[in-house]
Write a protein that binds this ligand. Structure first.
Ligand SMILES: C[S@@+](CC[C@H](N)C(=O)[O-])C[C@H]1O[C@@H](n2cnc3c(N)ncnc32)[C@H](O)[C@@H]1O
Ligand code: SF4
Length: 300
């Protein structure tokens, strides 16, 4: 899907620098719910059975229309567990009608015959795997590893494009090779590594924060593996691309997400203000928002 985006490049005569500004972010992450059937130890959205269901379908569709009108290219339906939203299929369809590519990030454990059809509508299904069976199950606080692997195969056979999502923290960072090998064996479309961010319940585990030096080593390793195998492997570090992640919460807050919760900036709420106005906040002009997408293509 090719979509036009309004971007401005301007020259600052005082500073002798060029800057880039977008009318709206390229991609938006939407926690459509913080309800979840799991209760992961480090969950950055503190999701669980007591989470918030989220905005109703009519309001959600109004937001999607606004995102489409503003030129947002991609919408990641995340959570919480998006499969708990009864209207997920309707929202994906409506995003497509508004020319927005869709991702659904899911733990897959609620997969059934009906919602497979829903996930087939998405352009990409991201499935989280945190390490080998014992590591994954310990982080997920549930014995779901085997089921998740099985579900990845079912989704793949059903024709879904799958990306493995693995976030790395001190206790699982030694399994990068294992994880790359796993995604290779599963034959999935791509693999995204994310560096642990101490937000939500993750905030209680500062010992899991990987030092910047080690993050560098991990980055180089992943880059090397990517080159060697010529596979679609990526790495996202909230610390490097600070304020590049634009987050909508289940209550409609618009947040420029940082590494620590304290770095995150809440620019307002969709229920009280237009998205056009909220996105015009200067925090969203941060060039990393653009560069982290471009860099994935221009770096090695
Ligand atoms: C919050 S979950 C929501 C979607 C779905 N419930 C799942 O687990 O895939 C979105 C992604 O964030 C990852 N994640 C959870 N806690 C994290 C943390 N503290 N730092 C970085 N990523 C985290 C998850 O593994 C998952 O891939
Ligand atoms: S990481 Fe995903 S599956 Fe785990 S509690 Fe958070 S939202 Fe649920």
């Amino acid at each position: 899907m090719i979509k036009k985006t309004d971007a401005y490049i301007y020259y600052d005569t005082e500073k002798d620098t060029y800057s880039l500004k977008l009318k709206a972010p390229l991609s938006v992450c939407w926690q459509i719910t913080t309800k979840c059937n799991l209760n992961c130890k480090y969950c950055l959205s503190s999701s669980g059975c007591n989470g918030i269901y989220g905005l109703n379908t009519d309001v959600a569709k109004k937001i999607i229309k606004e995102l489409g009108d503003l030129g947002v290219n991609r919408l990641d339906f995340t959570g919480g567990e998006p499969l708990l939203r009864r209207d997920l299929g309707e929202l994906i369809d409506y995003a497509k009608e508004n020319n927005i590519s869709t991702i659904v990030t899911t733990n897959t454990t609620l997969l059934n015959k009906n919602n497979i059809e829903v996930l087939k509508k998405a352009d990409l299904v991201q499935v989280s795997i945190d390490g080998p069976e014992d590591v994954h199950n310990a982080q997920r606080q549930s014995d779901v590893f085997d089921k998740t692997i099985e579900n990845i195969k079912i989704l793949k056979d059903a024709g879904c494009k799958i990306r493995l999502n693995s976030f790395l923290f001190n206790s699982n960072k030694k399994y990068v090779d294992y994880l790359i090998d796993l995604s290779n064996k599963l034959g999935v479309f791509s693999h995204l590594f994310i560096i642990f961010t101490p937000q939500g319940r993750g905030r209680n585990y500062p010992d899991e924060i990987i030092s910047p030096e080690e993050v560098e080593v991990i980055k180089n390793k992943i880059l090397h593996e990517k080159e060697k195998s010529n596979r679609n492997i990526r790495l996202y570090d909230y610390n490097e691309y600070i304020h590049s992640c634009v987050l909508l919460t289940p209550t409609g807050d618009v947040i420029s997400q940082g590494f620590y919760e304290e770095d995150s900036i809440n620019v307002g709420n969709i229920l009280n203000d237009s998205l056009e106005n909220l996105f015009s906040n200067e925090i969203f002009d941060h060039p990393t928002h653009i560069f982290h997408y471009l860099q994935r293509r221009i770096n090695k």
